[in-house]
Design a protein around this ligand. Structure first.
Ligand code: KIV
Length: 273
């Protein structure tokens, strides 16, 4: 008789059930070392397409590949045992057809993702429905969608006019109807974040949205102070790891140059027989 490995991670149905019960805390991760540390504190970890910028120094999210996200997902999965793992579908890997979206989402699941996230308005609802019906949970992403940087003409807050706000609310409702287990609301007016959260039966995950969202997500490097001076308005810095790293590396380099490191306890002794 075959057995199934015991699932100890937060599951997608558990995330879905947080609505109205407790807030969901999420962050991004793309490497083993960081994921190992942050895992126990979070409900889910996103291998975001922001990996393009924070890991590869690319100018935007548009050129990260499916294979890169798959490999980063596998590393994060190996490092973690608590948080649910959500992998971002890169630009161009799900917009062409339902079959393309399923094939590529399944590839991320085969690397350990418990769910995938994809960007887009109501036009993506049939894709969400197709994936969910075939066993792949989907977290939708509306409002400011970085994969649409070229059509938006920059990273601009969305939903500021009544028409634009109504469109984003409609997008979120379409995704709820299609079976998404949650919706990321990025860069939307605060009142709109609150309204969408009140109107949906699935959790909203805010990033630059509203404190009334059902959960929040940030890019880990931004909140730890590892991504330089310029960060979006919605980022709160919880640490300044750049300063700590600079001073540790400066001390190391000084000690190496002054022959103060390594000390005897860092060296191997000769065994005397
Ligand atoms: O790629 C990303 O980091 C995201 C955010 C929602 C955190 O999509």
């Amino acid at each position: 008789m075959s057995t199934h490995a015991e699932i100890k991670r937060v599951t997608v149905p558990q995330l879905r059930a947080c609505k109205g019960q407790r807030k969901i805390a999420a962050l991004t991760a793309h490497n083993f070392s960081t994921a190992r540390i942050i895992d126990e504190y979070l409900d889910f970890i996103l291998i975001g397409d922001s990996t393009a910028m924070v890991a590869y120094g690319l100018p935007n999210t548009l050129s990260i590949t499916l294979e890169q996200i798959a490999q980063h997902t596998a590393a994060v999965v190996r490092a973690t045992k608590h948080a649910c793992i959500v992998a971002d579908m890169p630009f161009g890997t799900y917009q062409e057809s339902l079959e393309q979206a399923f094939r590529n989402a399944a590839y991320l699941v085969s690397h350990g993702a418990d769910a995938v996230k994809l960007e887009g308005g109501a036009v993506m609802a049939p894709t969400i429905e197709f994936l969910v019906a075939r066993g792949i949970p989907v977290l939708a992403h509306v409002g400011l969608m970085p994969q649409y940087v070229n059509t938006m003409g920059g990273y601009l807050a969305q939903g500021k006019t009544p028409d634009a706000a109504a469109r984003i609310l409609g997008d979120a409702k379409a995704h709820e109807q299609a079976g998404a287990f949650g919706v990321v609301l990025e860069g939307v007016a605060e009142a709109l974040g609150t309204e969408i959260t009140e109107q949906l039966s699935i959790p909203t995950i805010g990033i630059g949205a509203s404190v009334s969202c059902d959960g929040q997500i940030l890019v880990t490097e931004d909140m730890l102070g590892l991504s330089g001076e310029r960060v979006p308005k919605f980022v709160k810095r919880y640490a300044n790891l750049e300063e700590s790293m600079r001073s540790a590396v400066q001390r190391y380099a000084d000690e190496v140059r002054a022959s103060k490191f390594p000390e005897p306890q860092h060296c191997f002794a000769v065994k005397r027989s």
